[in-house]
Design a protein around this ligand. Structure first.
Ligand SMILES: [Zn+2]
Length: 357
């Protein structure tokens, strides 16, 4: 299933997908204002688009201030034509959420297990495509390492972009509760991961406690930290792999450091990235456009200049081009180095980008 089909098939789509941005590893610190903004676009390469169409499209992207693409699939033709137009070409990879047949059939033991004891291999939470791997298993780390290596070794790939790099949502963004008929004002066991043998014994080794024996595991700071660290370990290892190949690495993450830790156990301010694209999708959180600036401000504060933020914006959430312009302006005013666009990037959107400063 490709990304567009996801959007049609589930409201969860868009929470993992993003439009992300990245910087060259050599480019240095965040907030370099001298060069102007650097914008990004997520794209699922459409094999039906011919070379002439692609050439014109990527030129129009460049002319509007877009400097990089995140391609969901490997299409050498798209990568090369985009590069010729001056764009950086990054491969967007689903990381912890992986439903490939080969894995499901041969390695069901790689998958994460809920507090109820159900595995994502045969009982995925929320939706059929939620197939989360357990980040604590060395075999999972090795599998992902090989995936990243294969991608970054290609000469037409400028960088790697990690998506779904987290645990399953223990709490969904509030705007989705109605769609699923679930009220998640507390952590429910069927959405709480990972309680597999590996995770439980690793945590017990460290603390003497089996997390399944806790009366209130959602209130245990050390159990939370343990899980942040499992993902941090994967990301920082994949960053080493990318950097060894002299390719930058970026990630699509939840909108603020606090929300990311609380609802998906994602501790992104401790990752060794070259850029990050928080999905500041205001509609998902029933927020206003002005909140995009607040979210960027929080991220910038906790990153303390380690790498740039490109604010991920969800185009369908904006009621007008004026609103979109307002969203981009407030992101930039609060320290974002650009935005990353999720949704249909048409002429109107490009004009908005162009006319913003
Ligand atoms: Zn596990």
């Amino acid at each position: 299933m490709n990304k567009r089909e996801f959007i049609k098939s589930s409201v969860l789509a868009g929470m993992g997908l993003t439009v992300l941005g990245a910087a060259n590893a050599s480019e240095g610190k965040a907030n370099k204002k001298t060069k102007g903004p650097k914008h990004w676009v997520w794209e699922n390469p459409d094999k039906k688009e011919n070379d002439l169409i692609l050439k014109a499209k990527y030129k129009s992207f460049y002319d509007a201030g877009i400097r990089g693409m995140f391609f969901e699939h490997d299409s050498e033709r798209h990568f090369r034509i985009a590069k010729k137009a001056g764009l950086e070409t990054h491969r967007w990879m689903w990381t912890m959420n992986r439903g490939e047949k080969e894995l499901l059939e041969n390695h069901p033991e790689y998958y994460a297990v809920s507090r109820n004891g159900d595995s994502c291999a045969d009982k995925p939470p929320y939706v059929g495509y939620y197939r989360w791997l357990c980040p604590s298993k060395p075999e999972v780390k090795e599998y992902l390492t090989q995936q990243v290596k294969t991608i970054v070794e290609k000469d037409y790939v400028d960088g790697i972009h990690l998506d779904y790099i987290r645990y399953c949502d223990v709490i969904l963004p509030v705007n989705l509760w109605g769609n699923y008929g679930i009220e998640q004002s507390k952590e429910l066991p069927e959405y709480d991961f990972c309680y597999c043998e590996t995770c439980r014994s690793k945590y017990k080794e460290k603390t003497g406690v089996d997390p399944l024996d806790m009366e209130f595991p959602d209130q245990s700071p050390s159990w939370r930290t343990f899980r942040y660290k499992q993902i941090n370990n994967i990301v920082n290892h994949l960053a080493e792999v990318a950097h060894k190949n002299k390719k930058p690495i970026t990630a699509a993450v939840f909108p603020t450091p606090e929300i990311a830790r609380r609802i998906v156990r994602q501790d992104w301010t401790n990752w060794n990235l070259d850029g990050v694209c928080p999905m500041i999708y205001h509609g998902f959180y029933k927020e206003q456009v002005s909140w995009i600036g607040d979210a960027v401000e929080e991220g910038i504060h906790f990153l303390n200049g380690r790498f740039p933020i490109y604010a991920g914006v969800f185009l369908p959430d904006f009621k007008s081009q004026d609103e979109l312009a307002e969203g981009i302006r407030t992101a930039m005013a609060n320290g974002a180095s650009g935005v990353s666009l999720f949704g249909k990037v048409d002429e109107e959107v490009l004009n908005t980008l162009k006319n913003i400063f």
